[in-house]
Design a protein around this ligand. Structure first.
Ligand SMILES: NC(=O)c1ccc[n+]([C@@H]2O[C@H](COP(=O)([O-])OP(=O)(O)OC[C@H]3O[C@@H](n4cnc5c(N)ncnc54)[C@H](OP(=O)(O)O)[C@@H]3O)[C@@H](O)[C@H]2O)c1
Length: 293
């Protein structure tokens, strides 16, 4: 018996995965006045959200069939693949999935292909926020995939994270940005910061003193990030500010200082990249020239 098709305007949204993030997504949707159906592998983990108004579904396919659009938020792309396989022959054609599980660009493409085979529309999203931010105007989910599908379900995503945007028609686009900005940039920066704080604390600097400098440091960083993009776009790698040689010498000194009281993994990596820049003949160029290495 075919499932009746559901209008994209239906207020119902399904959420698969009631972990920390999936639960926060479901709560944000409830707060936005949506009807929310949920499924979780371990049923009792959905109890809190059900007590707040969501409806439990006992199978993945029942949840997907109950709504025009399903948000999938599981631990890994393998888990999402298993879920898509489970519903593939379950009369779900015409439904749409927004997968916000972290994964690689290749995962996004493979999952999109799998969904397409089952007649399911697929958008991939990456969450640039913590669970406590879900439902706020500041929270960001970057979504990629077919623009018409984004237009259809934009309101659902914006209800979850207010400043969400469509970052590309290619379904892998959001994961590329995630690997670059969230991964290579944000995670490395935060790990570097924690390593730096450990060093400073070990030699007697208080966290109150560090806290006073955070706004200044991130302001300079923001300015330099935008300047680096300009240098790269314009192909102008000259500088009268700080050359790669200056960065190489300073970062080697910082690594040596930090190494006296513990590991200095992040600054050693930065010093190594700057040293290679100097060895490649870029010593008198702007730091942004390192992107040619
Ligand atoms: N938390 C954050 O701040 C944050 C931020 C950005 C992105 N994300 C992404 O959001 C996703 C979920 O994160 P989370 O913090 O919610 O993680 P979590 O609290 O560990 O929840 C993981 C969820 O995945 C389910 N799951 C795991 N393996 C499964 C399987 N084999 N089959 C079916 N379900 C399975 C779990 O079900 P059970 O309850 O049955 O174990 C649970 O619902 C991840 O991809 C994460 O990278 C999280």
């Amino acid at each position: 018996m075919p499932t009746e098709s559901l209008s994209a305007n239906s207020p119902t949204v399904a959420v698969l995965g009631m972990g920390n993030m999936g639960s926060a997504i479901a709560r944000a949707l409830l707060a936005a006045g949506r009807t929310v159906v949920v499924w979780n592998r371990t049923p009792e983990r959905a109890d809190a959200v059900i007590a707040e108004g969501a409806t439990a579904m006992t199978t993945v396919s029942a949840a997907v069939r109950a709504a025009p659009v399903t948000i999938v938020c599981l631990s890994s792309s393998d888990d999402v693949r298993a879920v898509l396989d489970e519903v593939a022959d379950q009369d779900v054609a015409g439904r749409a999935v927004i997968n916000v599980t972290s994964g690689t660009p290749a995962d996004a493409q493979a999952l999109s292909d799998r969904a397409s085979t089952a007649g399911i529309g697929y958008l991939d999203g990456v969450i640039g926020a913590y669970p406590e931010q879900m439902g706020t105007a500041e929270a960001l989910i970057m979504v990629s995939g077919a623009p018409e599908l984004w237009e259809t379900y934009r309101d659902v995503v914006v209800a979850v994270a207010g400043r969400s945007t469509h970052v590309g028609d290619e379904v892998a686009a959001a994961n590329v940005i995630d690997a670059g900005l969230t991964g290579a940039f944000y995670m490395s920066s935060l790990v570097s910061f924690i390593e730096a704080v450990r060093y400073m604390n070990a030699v007697g600097v208080s966290n109150d003193a560090v806290a006073e400098l955070v706004a200044y440091a991130t302001g300079v960083l923001q300015h330099q990030m935008l300047a680096a993009l300009n240098h790269i776009d314009e192909g102008n790698l000259e500088t009268d500010q700080a050359t790669i040689t200056v960065f190489a010498n300073a970062s080697a000194a910082f690594a040596e200082a930090m190494g006296t009281v513990g590991e200095a993994t992040m600054i050693e990596a930065a010093a190594d990249i700057c040293r290679r820049g100097v060895e490649a003949g870029m010593g008198d160029q702007d730091l942004s020239a390192l992107h040619k290495l």
